[in-house]
Design a binder for this molecule. Structure first.
Ligand SMILES: [Zn+2]
Length: 308
């Protein structure tokens, strides 16, 4: 059984392991994708928290400790996202290089009004709380920060594998150019939205950097518990909020009752639907298999919902 579990956990890296120069562990799916882009064939990447996983609430096992213990480099987000990483590094015996992807970004404080700081869990990733620290860890939601992550990763890989430095720098430069092109497209599409349709209601609380960078307001739903489907009174309060605040779209994946969705849609101008990805990529067949595709998907979903 243990062999099978180990084989499954390490399947991602084993194919490339013989050929690769550097064994790299990334804490979660978004960083894992960035490391692949920058490292190319020189690195074998293992991601600890995979697609659709919750990095905040992750509980490492001895399998992850063994994986980390064998690695040359670990790439972490920092900013309090991985509350479990220090202990995992301690118990794993890891003695390689720790690369903090967010090292060059300017952190923003966590917004005080977000529902995850109260009693309600974030329904979009159940049980997920952002109370590890005072800064918002979701810096990758700003593509300029994403480019800074790529630079930090390239420098970290180069420090661990100096022979690959030119390759990493080259990969990082072309990847940053792709991210910059996507960002220009994003800004142009948001600029084309009607000014009064640039706010959405969502129970996700991971879009603070996106809001600061691109001017889309993400408003927490009032009165809607994320633990259960809302009551008629909750829905009435939400409808009032949508009208009063001129909300253009609603992304509430945790409301499962289709009648409530139809009621909100029929009594307001807001459009409903779509999925926004915040903390994790999708699987390979999903809408957000890479960081670039995740950001593009979110932009497509937001502009489709907010368009005139
Ligand atoms: Zn989060």
């Amino acid at each position: 059984m243990r062999r099978i579990l180990l084989a499954a956990a390490l399947a991602v890296s084993s194919a490339a392991a013989q050929a690769a120069d550097l064994s790299v562990v990334a804490t979660f799916s978004i960083l894992g994708d960035m490391v692949k882009e920058v490292g190319g064939e020189r690195v074998a990447v293992t991601t600890l928290v995979g697609p659709d996983g919750d990095t905040h609430m992750f509980q490492p096992t001895p399998i992850e400790a063994r994986t980390l213990g064998d690695a040359d480099v670990v790439v972490v987000n920092g900013l309090g996202l991985e509350g479990w990483i220090e202990r995992l590094i301690d118990v794993s015996g890891f003695d390689g290089r720790v690369v903090v992807a967010s090292q060059e970004i300017a952190p923003r404080p966590i917004d005080g009004e977000h529902p995850s700081h109260g009693a309600a869990a974030d329904g979009a990733h159940a049980g997920h709380r952002h109370d590890h620290g005072v800064v918002d860890p979701h810096a990758w939601q700003d593509l300029a920060n994403g480019r800074a992550y790529v630079t930090a990763i390239a420098e970290g890989l180069a420090a661990a594998d100096p022979e690959g430095a030119a390759t990493y720098a080259e990969h990082a430069a072309s990847y940053r150019a792709e991210l910059a092109a996507l960002e220009s497209d994003l800004r142009a599409r948001i600029a084309a939205l009607p000014a009064e349709r640039r706010s959405v209601v969502t129970s996700h609380d991971a879009f603070g950097y996106f809001k600061d960078a691109y001017g889309i307001a993400f408003v927490a739903p009032q009165g809607v518990s994320t633990d259960a489907d809302p009551s008629a009174r909750d829905v009435a309060a939400l409808i009032r909020q949508i009208r009063d605040e001129g909300i253009g779209a609603v992304f509430l994946e945790n409301i499962s009752d289709a009648r409530l969705i139809r009621q909100i849609a029929s009594e307001t101008d807001a459009r409903i639907g779509g999925r926004l990805f915040s903390d994790a990529l999708s699987g390979p067949d999903g809408d957000a298999p890479t960081y670039l595709e995740m950001m593009r998907h979110n932009i497509d979903t937001l502009t489709a919902a907010l368009g005139g």
